[in-house]
Design a protein around this ligand. Sequence first.
Ligand SMILES: Nc1ncnc2c1ncn2[C@@H]1O[C@H](COP(=O)(O)OP(=O)(O)OP(=O)(O)O)[C@@H](O)[C@H]1O
Ligand SMILES: [Mg+2]
Length: 228
Amino acid sequence: MVASSKGGAGKTTLCMVIASEMSRQGIELTIIDADPNQHFADWGRDAGFKNVISSSQNNIITDIKEAQTKTAFVIVDLEGTANVTMGYAINLSDFVVIPCQTSDLDGKEAVKVINFIREQDEFKASATKFAILRTKTSALRPTNIEKALIDDFKSIGCKVLKNRLLELVAYRTIISNRCMLHDLKTTTKKQEEAKQNAIEIAHDITLEIVEMAVEEVKVKNVKELQDA
Ligand SMILES: Nc1ncnc2c1ncn2[C@@H]1O[C@H](COP(=O)(O)OP(=O)(O)OP(=O)(O)O)[C@@H](O)[C@H]1O
Ligand SMILES: [Mg+2]
């Protein structure tokens, strides 16, 4: 699940990038879009995904639970506010990714989501796992602000994913062309290289997220067996 209380942090783009890469790998997934704008769901249908659900506060719980029984992965996109829908989705998620641009203000917004997740934990048997993903970054080495931000997150016990989602034209183009990354049409060698680079980054990020989510599911399953 992808959550951020800040508009424009790159949630929907990240959802599309992960969905696209999973599809390229032949992994079955469900797209759930609880943002009234419905950009993720509209894109998913046009890009050719089979399982796309337009959700809302009223049916997000049933939608997520049902999807979890049908496909190995469920990706949930939300609007940029910490609201009831976000609370429901967090509680049903095995792993929450918080996209964050690398500035102090964006960092503060990400901390709000972390606090929101931790508040939800008060009502649960086990804490929700989450991590920060740096988004819209440049390919250059991390700046001092970015390094300080990573240290701040780590000091409050929050994981920061190793991979970063770079700001790339390909990630904007999949939205306007309403297609998956690997379906982007290229006409020049330079465009093809840019596309392959975007796919490679999508691959690394998806793998890192999937590994963390799967690890969490394993831990939960062991706990359930021990409690049984
Ligand atoms: N990695 C990226 N590379 C290039 N452009 C990006 C990237 N991530 C986001 N963008 C652009 O930034 C803008 C906002 O991104 P996006 O819609 O994904 O954010 P959001 O967090 O879902 O916003 P909202 O809160 O409005 O739902 C879009 O124009 C998108 O194309
Ligand atoms: Mg969005």
